[in-house]
Design a protein around this ligand. Structure first.
Ligand code: FAD
Ligand code: DHB
Length: 391
């Protein structure tokens, strides 16, 4: 079995890459460890930058997105019992899209299947070899092992995949942990406010988000070792009401909780994002703490850069785009890493509750919500920095 590009992982990175390559007439095989039902139900990100939406639109993947998305023009920062709206669109000229990642994944899967090109579910890659010159990916499917030879491997298999280890020790990893995690719930309840609310409370961070006019997405800062089982629904609602509460009163709409999980917060970057014919993209190459809502958007940029580089390579053997891939992506990734780390640090309560740090956080938040210069800088980062040139 042979193809031009072996794509490991059918998350947003792998599926979008497959489509961008298809549009350039490049063959690929997409391998996904999980079932189709699993990846189409996995509740994760919900915020898309305008740059991501523009790209999806330009390649014909956003029809349902445009019908069903919610468009937001601001977010609220809540602290000291008072909400402060940051008018993102006024400050940046750009808008935000709310559309569940699993909905996007459904659209991407349907687009891939419509091309008739291979996308195998329940097909874990087990090894990646020969990445210096002649890559071979071994995977299991239908109860037997297969061998896929290819010109290029795209490692889009997330943080825990097999691609990154296949570079041996050739890559340098940078990592930063946080002493807290997020408990996320999805509730069949209309949102309690029209926009997102990022709350910095003395009991910890909370986030009010949404998926549709009838579905709310909510997060609570919890300890990293806490399990979802220690958070029965009644406790979740009580804690959310406290942390999202405000002096003027706040009505939190409750409803059946249909999904509940704990996610660690982590910052991680691998450099470079390439080894020989192996290219890493999305969460396989970098993780940002969820606070800035950037992970999915970074994955989109990586594969846009990679697809144009591979386009030139397969068209006339020009390797310059492939050689520039890592540096092009990393420049933007480190800026986003800093923003995500900063936003995380400003909003979460340190477990030791150091009062000096808390005063500094509140000072930052007051500055951000009273200075147009500070708010403009926040808006520029939150709505999404420009894509690299040529993408
Ligand atoms: P993934 O979506 O993880 O896809 C990787 C795929 O590879 C998976 O389907 C996996 O099953 C598969 N795989 C793994 N190993 C193998 C193997 N050996 N063989 C074959 N397949 C394999 N980002 C935002 O931009 N905005 C947000 O609002 C946001 N909120 C988030 C909230 C939560 C609770 C979480 C957990 C994440 C959030 N993110 C957010 C981050 C975002 O979800 C990720 O950055 C995004 O999923 C990255 O896409 P990806 O395709 O790189 O990786
Ligand atoms: C959502 C997730 C985030 O990490 C964030 O910063 C904002 C919204 C969400 O899932 O809706």
């Amino acid at each position: 079995e042979r193809t031009q590009v072996a794509i490991i992982g059918a998350g947003p990175a792998g599926l979008l890459l497959a489509h961008l390559l298809h549009l350039r007439g490049i063959d690929s095989v997409v391998l996904e460890r999980q079932s189709r039902a699993h990846i189409e139900r996995r509740i994760r990100a919900g915020v898309l930058e305008q740059g991501s939406v523009d790209l999806l639109t330009s390649v014909g993947l956003a029809d349902r997105l445009h019908r069903e998305r919610l468009v937001h023009h601001g977010v609220e920062l809540l602290f000291d019992g008072v909400g402060h709206r940051v008018p993102l669109s006024e400050l940046s000229g750009r808008e935000l899209t709310i559309y569940g990642q699993h909905e996007l994944v459904k659209d991407l899967v349907a687009a891939r299947l419509a091309t008739g090109r291979p996308l195998w579910f329940d097909a874990p890659a087990v090894s990646v070899e020969g990445v210096e010159d002649a890559p071979v990916v071994r995977y299991v499917h239908d109860g037997r092992e297969h061998e896929l030879r290819c010109d290029v491997v795209a490692g889009c298999d997330g943080f825990h995949g097999v691609s990154r280890p296949a570079a041996g020790g050739a890559l340098r990893e940078y990592e930063h942990g946080y002493p807290y995690a997020w408990l996320g719930v999805l509730a069949e309840a209309p949102p309690s406010a029209e926009e997102l609310i990022y709350a910095s409370h003395d009991r910890g961070f909370a986030l009010h988000s949404m998926r549709s006019p009838t579905v709310t997405r909510l997060y609570l800062q919890v300890a990293p070792d806490e399990s979802a089982e220690s958070w029965p629904d009644s406790r979740v609602w009580k804690e959310l009401a406290v942390r999202l509460g405000r002096d003027q009163g706040f009505e939190l709409t409750e409803g059946p909780i249909v999904d509940k999980s704990v996610t660690a917060l982590r910052s991680f970057v691998v450099e470079p994002m390439r080894h020989g014919r192996l290219f890493l993209a999305g969460d396989a190459a970098h993780i940002v703490p969820a606070t800035g809502a950037k992970g999915l958007n970074l994955a989109v940029v990586d594969v846009a850069v990679l697809a144009s580089a591979l386009g030139r390579f397969f068209a006339d053997g020009d390797e310059s785009g492939m050689d520039a891939y890592s540096a092009t992506c990393l420049a933007r990734i480190w800026r986003v890493q800093h923003f995500s780390w900063w936003m995380t640090s400003v909003l979460h309560l340190a477990p030791d509750g150091d009062p000096f740090t808390r005063r500094l956080q509140l000072s930052q938040l007051r500055y951000l919500t009273s200075s147009t210069a500070a708010a403009t800088s926040f808006a520029e980062n939150y709505v999404g920095l420009p894509f690299p040139e040529g993408v």
